[in-house]
Design a protein around this ligand. Sequence first.
Ligand SMILES: NC(=O)c1ccc[n+]([C@@H]2O[C@H](COP(=O)([O-])OP(=O)(O)OC[C@H]3O[C@@H](n4cnc5c(N)ncnc54)[C@H](OP(=O)(O)O)[C@@H]3O)[C@@H](O)[C@H]2O)c1
Length: 314
Amino acid sequence: MIISIIAAIAKNYAIGRNGDLLYHLTDDLKRFKQLTSNHTVIMGRKTFESLPHGPLPNRRNIVITSNPNWTYPDVEVARSIEDAISKSASEQEVFIIGGGSVYKEAIEKGLVDNMYITEIKDTPKDADVFFPEIPDNFDVTYAEYHTADEKNPYDYIFVDYKKINNIIKMKIKVINKSNNPMPAYATEGSAGMDLMAYIEDNSSIVIKPMERVLIHTGLYISLPQGYEAQIRPRSGLALKKGITVLNTPGTVDADYRGEVGVILINLSQDNFEINNGDRIAQMVIKKHETAEFVEVDVLDETERGAGGYGHTGK
Ligand SMILES: NC(=O)c1ccc[n+]([C@@H]2O[C@H](COP(=O)([O-])OP(=O)(O)OC[C@H]3O[C@@H](n4cnc5c(N)ncnc54)[C@H](OP(=O)(O)O)[C@@H]3O)[C@@H](O)[C@H]2O)c1
């Protein structure tokens, strides 16, 4: 069984105030309904009591409470998270839908496989319930950036996290001045992380045929000595749109502290538009040697000698 968390989190991890939600973004509520419908939802007693119309329709509702007398029509009661999970053992995926205390316990006990997070670009000052820190062994597998509109009063990102098991990761410090999520590996086996364009004021940039443009990422990184970050093209953009990284692979040196930029060139015959948040290149963290040249008069001999430029045949 897959155990997933679903939550809407502000920039400061706030999720609730006075027993209620902080936000009612139409698209977030739609996504919540779409993901959880026809599944089991597990929640703390306080979250249940904050629901405006009682149990969520088309879902099996399990409420955790320590009160042995607590009941509610069409709701199953569990005495602990483990009890709620064991009640759903035959299900394919269950959703832990809050609140703060249940999220925290489930994450700390290592019970969670996936998280569907809506990151809301707001920092409320008066929240009283918070989401716990997302542990390092969760990687972003998907991110979808949205700007505010009349139904969704804040910019927000749908971000999916997946637990990664048994991978020891190097820590790299990053300042992210963009409003995009941090770069992350899309799958457990990915070598590169996608870099997103950071275009202030959410406008767009058009690259004309054969034009080259420096695209900002809003990222500043501090690599350990002996490592470089290679900036490489994305194969899909190259094949479908003729967009490549002009100096591929670009190198970000360990002692560079400026913004990571991506020099893109449009090798197609059509204009190519880039919007804030578009994935434009990938970054691979690589170990490298540091060499020293020793001047000599004679080099050791080899069978090939000076043969080159096609010497070994077609
Ligand atoms: N932004 C979001 O996505 C989101 C989602 C859900 C909720 N929220 C917000 O979060 C807030 C509620 O969170 P909260 O942390 O205050 O409350 P909560 O987690 O919803 O509920 C806490 C209650 O659940 C029961 N409980 C939790 N863990 C238990 C355990 N291990 N064993 C037995 N009982 C357990 C207890 O009920 P008894 O006291 O009855 O024993 C406890 O008082 C609200 O403001 C709500 O709107 C936000």
